[in-house]
Design a protein around this ligand. Structure first.
Ligand code: ATP
Length: 365
């Protein structure tokens, strides 16, 4: 007669005597609920401290979409700020892209977070900033390149919102899976410039508003589990306009790799981090948009170009180079570097539009 095995013991290094309830995907340990959430929070705290992400007294805008990642980000940032006395002035910042049945619903989740976490919330809309909602843009141009518009507008809207509330830093909920997918996508596209910077934990340091990703090393499945353990409310529907294209394939591939070897996600990130760009590769010079003053490497920033296209019934303006024949193509810059655009989100969307401008990206901001 074989002896019946009980549930596994919690493998926390703290020597916990509870039974394990969940597996932490990042390191494969079987943990009890309390040790899992404590370990998740410890990871984020270490990421923040080791990378000097914040300065005491800083006002930090949290990009809050109402989805799982940013909901967990807001909750963990608040928890750690209180626990370790970071001294940060945290604010929620949401962008309403004007997508009925999607963003209006997810903003309700953010509104609940505002009340529960006691963090002030600012909402900016595409309608107010650009005169167009995404619903109107899609009605005009169709679903094909809409992610280009959305990604460019959101990126700029988050910057503008952060400036409006006086934040000196913006944090987003990009996670380890997002980073790994982006590394892979940039490898597949041969986009060396983006490959080199897409794993940076802080981007935009050369500009006025650095962006940081405190969940950079957190596995998506651990984020979902954390949200479940803490009973966090979030909105989990995918964007109704996001086609399951290029990033979708990369996502599926990363998930398959993760099943075989969970470290694959961290290994992909480390590969991206280890890359160095050759000195002789010329990088674009950043200047300011002649029309709105936003940073750009061209005369007009990408958002102004796209708005001009919409307003002048020429929506291809800023989306595709004249005379371009292929749908997914490389626009070769004078120095031989290649440039492509995408919406920059990691929610399953991967618009395949091309561009000669450099404000949209598959670079996770
Ligand atoms: N409408 C928005 N308003 C504010 N921040 C946003 C918005 N959309 C995206 N972000 C920020 O960018 C991050 C990555 O966005 P993405 O669309 O890839 O979403 P995601 O991976 O599904 O994340 P989430 O689960 O937070 O929605 C989000 O975690 C959030 O911090």
């Amino acid at each position: 007669m074989g002896s019946r095995r009980g549930p596994p013991q919690c493998e926390s290094i703290a020597g916990c005597s509870s039974y394990a309830k969940v597996k932490k995907m990042k390191d494969g340990r079987q943990l009890c609920g309390d040790c899992f959430t404590a370990s998740f929070e410890k990871d984020v705290h270490e990421t923040i401290v080791q990378n000097n992400l914040f300065k005491r007294g800083e006002r930090v805008a949290i990009g809050a979409s109402g989805g799982k990642d940013s909901t967990v980000l807001a909750y963990v940032m608040k928890t750690l700020n209180d626990r370790y006395d970071y001294g940060l002035d945290l604010r929620l910042l949401s962008i309403d892209e004007g997508i009925k049945g999607y963003r209006d619903d997810s903003l309700l989740a953010v509104e609940k977070n505002r009340i529960e976490y006691g963090l002030p919330l600012t909402i900016l809309s595409y309608q107010d900033l650009y005169g167009w909602t995404m619903d109107e843009i899609v009605a005009k141009i169709g679903k094909k390149n809409n992610c280009t518009f959305c990604g460019v507008f959101r990126r700029q809207a988050l910057d503008r919102g952060a400036f409006k509330i006086g934040a000196s830093k913006l944090v987003t909920g990009h996670n380890a899976d997002d980073m790994a997918e982006t590394v892979l996508m940039n490898v597949l596209r041969g986009d060396i410039a983006r490959l080199q910077r897409c794993t940076n934990i802080v981007t935009g340091e050369e500009g006025d508003l650095p962006r940081a990703k405190p969940l950079k090393y957190c596995y998506e499945r651990d984020i979902v589990m954390y949200a479940r353990m803490k009973k966090l409310e979030y909105f989990y529907t995918e964007c109704i306009y996001a086609p399951n294209a290029y990033r979708g394939y990369s996502r599926i591939y990363v998930r398959e790799l993760e099943k075989i070897q969970p470290r694959a996600i961290l290994d992909l990130i480390r590969s991206g981090e280890s890359l160095a760009i050759r000195k002789e590769v010329e990088m674009p010079q950043i200047t300011t948009c002649e029309r709105c003053g936003y940073m750009t490497s061209q005369k007009l920033c990408k958002a102004c170009l796209l708005i001009e296209g919409l307003n002048s019934n020429n929506p291809d303006l800023g989306v595709r180079k004249k005379g371009k024949k292929t749908k997914i193509a490389l626009s070769t810059k004078p120095d031989g570097e290649t440039e492509k655009s995408g919406c920059g989100t990691s929610n399953g969307c991967a618009c395949a539009a091309t561009s000669n401008n450099n404000e949209t990206s598959n670079s996770l901001f």
